[in-house]
Design a protein around this ligand. Sequence first.
Ligand SMILES: Cc1cc2nc3c(=O)[nH]c(=O)nc-3n(C[C@H](O)[C@H](O)[C@H](O)COP(=O)(O)OP(=O)(O)OC[C@H]3O[C@@H](n4cnc5c(N)ncnc54)[C@H](O)[C@@H]3O)c2cc1C
Length: 495
Amino acid sequence: MKSVGVIGSGFSGLATASVLAREGYHVTVYEKNEVPGGRARKFEHEGFVFDMGPSWYWMPDVFERFFNAFEKSTSDFYSLTRLDPSYRIYYGKNDYLDVPAGVEALCDMFEGIEKGSSAKLRQFLAEGKYKYDVGINDLVYKPGLSLSEFMDINLFKGVFRLHVFQSISTYVRKFFKNPRLIQLLEFPVLFVGATPSKTPALYSLMNYADMSLGTWYPQGGVFKIVEGMVKLATYLGADIKLNTAVDRLELNAINIKGVWSGNKFYKHDYIVASADYHHVEQTLLPQKFRRYDEKYWQHRTMAPSSLIFYLGLNKKVKNILHHTLFFDKDFTSHAHEIYEDPRWPSAPQFYISCPSKTDSSVAPEGCENLMILIPVAAGLTDEEGIRDKYFNLVIDRLENITGESILNHIVFKRSYAHNDFIRDYNAFKGNAYGLANTLRQTANLRPSILNKKVKNLFYTGQLTVPGPGVPPSIISGQVVAQELVKRDQNQNTKS
Ligand SMILES: Cc1cc2nc3c(=O)[nH]c(=O)nc-3n(C[C@H](O)[C@H](O)[C@H](O)COP(=O)(O)OP(=O)(O)OC[C@H]3O[C@@H](n4cnc5c(N)ncnc54)[C@H](O)[C@@H]3O)c2cc1C
């Protein structure tokens, strides 16, 4: 039985661990934190249960497909509720849009805002469905190692329908004129980590995911997915060691021999690094074995970081939904301050997750659980005073827009930003969402899952293929495990 050490227990690490354990490898997962799940950890405080990272459950088919590969279903681990409305967008005081679940209701909403737009929405979503089907079935499960992976004749024939070479910003404007509809259709690409003008229109597949496949919630919280994946990996035989940071990799001339954690050495035949790629290369590997140098990393476009406030309130809040987006300030200038001219935003848009609207188990009775998230550039100076400034700013806006008193009802508050991402996850520049999926950082153009200089080292996670987000991270773990198995079997055949 060959042994594999997996560094990190985020979604990619847990997915990889399950596939490899099923294939008969002896798998050990090393996780520096005391809770598994990486950026999707949770913490609790006096009856409040906070999911620390992801809150949007999109692409339910990807989760289902993952568990099905082990003859299980998501329903073996958690139960899903479809949110309706999917989310609310505020444009100002008493000025909001509740985005309903289901295409028919969405068409009615579009028609009410822009005459003739419902037929266009149907066409837009049909094109999005084509991209989603091709993307999910033919593109994202590729290891991104050779262009020949994309030489499939059907893929080739349909390449122009994927709109890879135009921006989503241009594409959306061919269908719709109303600024609110444009903004509604541009917001999901923020999940892939770049501005709409720099993101290929291929990503209108995200609109299909949003509007046709829907926004779901795992009862008990997003951490239920982590618990399910931990259960599965453990059941398949993987050993998950928490509170065990890998400090360095031990190598001979061309291979890793194992990992060091403190003064303990663990021998392995293969390593899959699911911790942030930059950390693994620049900190755990000796310089001569690094695939990319520091200059390479400094020229990458990182997806945003976030300034987050986890709040427990001792009352219910009337005017927000489970997901509420505050688009009352200009998105173009906020996006510019994230991507083009990285700086703390002058007037940020922000987002609130309030899972206690759907789930009574995440807050004490009569209370509300809020996560306020401001997307900000990676690599900014993170100081207490700055966090306080933005806290006051968003609470003022929240109180003003919702007409609710919030500040006087806060019974718990914790903030989280760049310094925490670096301390907790070894995140390059304190990124939250990894490496952006711009045209120049898509598929084979992303950091590779292989290290040419070290044969038994593989990389997975949101900085490699296919990219940021929970579904892509799970896919990344599956793809890398399959590549490892394939290469191991080839080597066995040769020797
Ligand atoms: C605030 C926030 C909100 C988000 N919202 C959404 C959302 O709504 N929907 C969505 O789909 N996605 C969302 N995402 C993105 C999603 O959470 C990530 O893409 C995904 O969780 C990344 O998984 P990963 O396995 O690549 O990395 P990680 O989760 O970072 O896992 C890597 C693991 O490696 C560990 N590690 C690091 N260094 C070492 C070491 N030396 N030794 C041992 N262990 C180490 C870390 O502790 C971590 O547990 C969000 C992310 C954040 C931060």
